[in-house]
Design a protein around this ligand. Sequence first.
Ligand code: PLP
Length: 390
Amino acid sequence: MPYHRIHLCLAHMSPTGAEQRYIQEAFNTNWIAPLGPNVDAFEEALARHFDRPQGAEKSPVYVAAVSSCTAAIHLSLLLLGVGKDDEVICQSFSFCASSNPVTYCEATPIFVDSEEDTWNMSPELLEEAIKDRIAKTGRKPKAIIVVDLYGMPAKWDEITAISRKYDIPVIEDAANALGSYFKGRSCGTFGDIATLSFNGNKMITTSGGGALICKDEATKKRAIFLATQAKEPYLHYEHETIGYNYRMSNISAGIGRGQMTILEDHINHHKHVHKLYRELFLNTNLTNNTNIFVQDNPNDDFDSNFWLTTILFKQEIDTEAFCLKLDKAGIEARPLWKPMHLQPVYKHAPAFTNGFSEYLFRHGICLPSGPWVTDDDVRYIVEKIKEAIV
Ligand SMILES: *Cc1c(COP(=O)(O)O)cnc(C)c1O
C-alpha cells in the first residue's frame, strides 16, 4: 500500500486565505477581466521583491504579468526583434518552453550544452557557438536564452561578459528561480529581459501565469501592448503590428497577490527539504557501490532556491523505470530533462554539445520538494530510493 502520494511540487495556498480575499474583491468589484487592480498590485509586489539591495549592481525593475512564462519568452523575443530566419542561442538542457517560442517567431534555435557546476549553459560552448554561427552565416545570433534550471543560477559573470563582448542580448528564463540569488543579486535581474512562471507546480502559482521582467518602462509598455493585441490608440482599434492575447487575468493575479505573502516561506521550505535530502543521502550506506550525488550550490556565490532537489546516480540507470518504481511507492519523481538537441522535433537544429546534458538525462532524477513535502516524506523517499537501487 502506498503511504500517501507525494508530489514534486504542488500548489499551496497561504494559511491566511489571502488568495481568496483578493479573488473575492475582484468579484465584489466585478473586475473579472485580463486587467484590474490585482494585476497592478501583483506586478508591484513582484517589482518590490526584485527591488531590494542586489549585490553590487542595482538596476530598476519593471514587471508585466502575463498568461504564462512561455508567453513571456515569446514576448521577450518579439521585443528583441527576433523574426523569420534569425538565430537564437538556447540552453539545450531545459523544458521545451525555454526554446519553443523561438520557433513561434519562425527563427532557428541553436542549442548549447551545459557545464558541470550549475548544469546550465556552458559559457565556453556559448562563445564557440557564437563564433561558429558568425563564421557560417555572416550574422550574429539575435539573442541568447539562458535558464536558471531547477532554481540554480547560471554562470552569470561569464555569460554576461560574453553577451557584452558580442553585443547580443540575453533572455533569462527564471521560471524556476524566483528566490534564487547569484552574488546577492536576484535571478530574474541578469537577463536584459527575464521571465517567471506561476504554473501550478512552480515556487508560487497563479494557477497558470507568468511575468516578464525588464529594466525600463518603455519595454514594459511595449510588452503589454503586444500582449493585448497591439491596439493602436484609436477607438476603432487600428493595428500596425500583429499582437497576442497574453495578459494575466485579474482573478489569477489575485491568487498571485496572495501567494506573495508566503513566498519567503516557500523558498525556505524548498531549501530545508534540499538540506534534509543531502544529510540523509550522505549518511546513506549504500551496499552496492552506488553513489548518489545531490546537486548543491557550487560555491558561496550561488544561492539556489532548490525549487526541485535533483540527484545523480554514479552509474547509468534506467531513470524511467526507476521513477515508475518510485511511483508505485506513491512518490512522484521524474527523470532530468531530456536535452532539446536530442528531441525529435529539433533534430535538424544546430547544436554545440559536450555530452554533459545527455549524461544528466541518463543519470539523474528530480525529487519531491514542494511546500507539502514533510520531513517524514523525505525520510520515506530516501528509504524507498535505497530499496529501489539494490
Ligand atoms: C515551467 C517552465 C516554463 C514554462 O512556464 P509556463 O508558465 O508553464 O509557460 C519555462 N521554462 C522553464 C525552465 C520551466 O520550468
